[in-house]
Design a binder for this molecule. Structure first.
Ligand SMILES: Cc1cc2nc3c(=O)[nH]c(=O)nc-3n(C[C@H](O)[C@H](O)[C@H](O)COP(=O)(O)O)c2cc1C
Length: 196
């Protein structure tokens, strides 16, 4: 195995790019969207997340263009069930058309694996999500992870999940209209400390 360190220009460039990844909201995402092959490639990177017990606790479901109206009806019904007014129901319906590509992230956390408690499986799913976002970023796309009440609606969850799965988030992806400005603390405190 060859070791690439920061002195390797390619590796330094990739690390700098990953260190500057930022989410881009749906208003600033345009076409082209990642196509199925690109999403599959990003999901392969996601699948390299550490996975104790090889449980594969997550998967992604693409909501294609033809399926958006069906999701829009589910979003509208959810908003109506939550007692939202007509305008808010319309806004909820329109959200199904946000994001040039729209994925649902589905997580299965098993309770019957004593060596791999639920928090480890959630960590693995989170790592998979991050790997997916980083892969899309390195391909030149941008994305935003959103949840909101829709992921907790039983009818919407049932449309994507088996009974032992959890609809965890929506991932909206596309081409960024601009390079997102760096956010966060300009001088972040150290995240690694030495045990003494
Ligand atoms: C599972 C999950 C769900 C999220 N849901 C929302 C959401 O509903 N609304 C929102 O504004 N941000 C949400 N976020 C946060 C954004 O995706 C994003 O991380 C945040 O705006 C910070 O941007 P950054 O990724 O550039 O640091 C969620 C993040 C995760 C991991």
């Amino acid at each position: 195995m060859t070791t690439t360190l920061l002195t390797d220009p390619d590796s330094a460039h990739l690390l700098a790019s990953l260190a500057n990844r930022h989410s881009v909201g749906p208003k600033y995402l345009t076409y082209p969207a990642p196509d199925l092959a690109q999403l599959e490639a990003a999901a392969r990177v996601a699948s390299r997340a550490p996975d104790h017990g090889m449980l594969r606790p997550f998967r992604f479901v693409l909501v294609g263009e033809a399926q958006r109206p069906r999701l829009a009806e589910l979003f509208a019904a959810d908003a109506a069930q939550r007692g939202q007014d007509a305008e808010a129901v319309e806004r909820a319906r329109e959200r199904a058309f946000n994001g040039p590509a729209l994925l649902a992230m589905v997580v299965r956390v098993r309770a019957d694996v004593p060596d791999v408690p639920p928090h480890e499986q959630w960590l693995s799913a989170g790592a998979g999500l991050m790997n997916l976002l980083n892969a899309l970023h390195l391909m030149g796309f941008a994305a935003k992870v959103l949840s909101g009440p829709s992921v907790r609606n039983p009818q919407i969850a049932a449309a994507f999940c088996e009974t032992d799965e959890c609809l965890s988030a929506w991932i909206l992806a596309g081409t960024p209209l601009h390079t997102p400005a760096p956010r966060g603390h300009p001088n972040p405190p150290p995240l690694v400390s030495c045990w003494d």
